[in-house]
Design a protein around this ligand. Sequence first.
Ligand code: FES
Length: 62
Amino acid sequence: MFACICKRVRECEIRSLIQDGARTKRHVAQACGAGTSCGMCVRRIGDLIDEETDAQALSQAA
Ligand code: FES
């Protein structure tokens, strides 16, 4: 599933970037361009950052 249609970036690609250290929407945009055109996906990118960082925190706490 595409998270960013304008730049044709899939959710799994963004999740992978976050797992590799991207922590802000700007980091994601710099890495793959997602969110840099119409901006409709920016909220979803933020949600993905929250989901992945929460998952990482939980796995580190376990
Ligand atoms: S859908 Fe991501 S910039 Fe347009």
